[in-house]
Design a protein around this ligand. Structure first.
Ligand code: NDP
Length: 447
């Protein structure tokens, strides 16, 4: 049987782009279908525009900090329309770059949404295409819960293109997206209320870290309304009115509501049933090397709902291509994946939380923690703190987890993740000479 392509990739996001180029580098004939801008969630409506907005929002804090260093007070105003336009231009520039990379790699880009006809055939518009192997890399989409008036909310997809600057904003949800956008908009001058159903944001993170981020956000002026849910949303002449239920039973009126209540694999209209691809709990079921229930079909990234992070999707995509086209069978490890929350204060983490470590190792877990004011703030008067926490198993002395809150946490954790992955012990950390003066030196001097 001959096919049009050796590999057909559905979705030109992080995982699909990485896999298609790697497979083509081994000589495979590869095509990739994309119905939207090339780049996927990360480049178009996720990590990249979000980080640019994080930078934009940090200036309001920096202007205040500068005064402590002898600069006169900065009188500055913020132009939302300009930020949205420049971020959008950058996103389009990057999307074009990725199209260029595909061309250079010899991957054919096909515009349109692909739908399975059978296990070796997809249709894109009127065109029917066959392939020996098919990789699904369609990502995820935001979930909106069934609450009266929920159609009045936007998701992280729309926030990057919001026409009007919101003076008042409610954020529903206490995960990565809700927390990051609460901080971004607060930094840009919006009055932000974040409504979370638990006592603290970021469930699943180390408890000390959750507490410290939340306290830092409250100090910055964000109103975190905890143990409360949104019962309904109504349009009123004064704005969008949220009726709250729980610890706070009141109403809240805002200009914009961001619904950040989780994401799910984006499987609608893919025709997976035509190809015999199994779905478990709303996600494509895959083996450790990303093979679906249909032997010639694979899936990587958020549509498999393993760890929904861009670098994980890229690693899964490359491992798939190496295995299937590069004669180098391998699966990636989903252990010790570092991640950062680009909140203000920033946070980053790798490995086990204290709670997870105690559940696995019981009383042999020892934690080392320091909370201090980083030197940068010593002249600014700002009440900002950095937290460094190590989770150690005392019999083996292995560092099982590192958790950071504060300035530059994301930049610090990347290198630490290498050590944790290699099985470094607390003694190894202690034997490493610190860099002075820096916040990072605290990581190797904890007692
Ligand atoms: P998350 O799953 O992280 O958070 C969803 C939030 O919504 C949680 O606080 C959850 O509460 C709450 N929630 C869900 N359903 C309800 C409900 N019915 N009523 C009240 N609250 C509810 O999703 P996000 O959308 O924030 O992020 C999606 C994924 O995107 C993340 O898992 C992450 O992998 C990725 N991401 C990563 C980033 C990074 O690395 N910096 C940045 C942005 C996204 P509860 O905790 O109680 O369930």
């Amino acid at each position: 049987m001959t096919y049009d392509y050796d590999l057909f990739v559905i979705g030109a996001g992080s995982g699909g782009l990485a896999a298609s180029k790697r497979a083509a580098s081994y000589g495979a004939k590869v095509a990739i279908a994309e119905g939207d801008l090339v780049g996927g969630t990360c480049v178009i409506r996720g990590c990249v525009p979000k980080k640019l907005m994080v930078y934009a929002s940090s200036f309001s804090h920096l202007y205040k900090d500068a005064v402590g260093y002898g600069w006169s007070e900065v009188e500055s105003s913020f132009d939302w329309t300009k930020l949205v336009e420049t971020v959008d231009q950058e996103v389009h520039r990057l999307s074009q770059l990725h199209i260029g990379y595909l061309e250079k790699a010899g991957v054919e880009l096909i515009s349109g949404f692909a739908k399975f006809v059978d296990a070796h055939t997809v249709e894109v518009g009127e065109r029917k295409i066959t392939a020996d192997k098919i990789l699904i890399a369609v990502g995820g989409e935001a979930i909106k819960p069934d609450i009266p008036g929920i159609e009045n909310t936007i998701t992280s997809r729309e926030i990057f293109l919001l026409k009007e600057y919101p003076k008042r904003m409610a954020v529903m949800g206490g995960g990565y997206i809700g927390t990051e956008f609460a901080c971004i908009m607060n930094g840009l001058g919006t009055k932000v209320s974040q409504i979370i159903r638990r006592d603290y944001i970021l469930r699943g993170f180390d408890q000390d870290i959750r507490v410290d981020i939340q306290e830092g956000m409250i100090k910055h002026g964000i109103d975190i309304i905890s143990e409360t849910i949104v019962e309904k949303i109504e349009e009123t002449p004064e704005g969008l009115q949220l009726t709250l239920k729980g610890k706070e039973e009141t109403t809240l009126t805002v200009d914009t509501i961001l619904c950040a209540m989780g994401r799910k694999p984006n499987l609608t209209g893919l025709g997976l049933e035509n190809a015999g691809v199994e779905v478990t709990k709303g996600a494509i079921a895959v083996s450790p090397n990303s093979r679906t229930s249909q032997g010639n079909i694979f899936a990587v990234g958020d549509c498999t709902n393993r760890i929904n992070l861009t670098p994980v999707a890229i690693a899964e995509g490359r491992a798939f291509a190496d295995t299937e086209f590069g004669n180098n069978p391998r699966a990636i490890s989903h252990k010790n994946v570092p991640s950062a929350v680009f909140s203000q204060p920033e946070a980053a983490t790798v490995g086990l939380t204290e709670e997870e470590a105690k559940a696995q190792f019981g009383d042999s877990i020892k934690c080392y923690k320091a909370k201090f004011r980083p030197m940068f703030y010593s002249l600014t008067g700002a009440d900002e703190k950095t937290t460094v926490k190590l989770v150690v198993e005392s019999h083996t002395d292995r560092v099982l987890g590192v958790h950071l809150v504060g300035k530059d946490s994301a930049e610090m954790i990347q290198g630490i993740a290498i050590a944790v992955n290699m099985g470094a012990t607390k003694k190894d950390f202690d034997a490493t000479i610190g860099i002075h003066p820096s916040s990072a030196e605290e990581i190797v001097t904890l007692r």
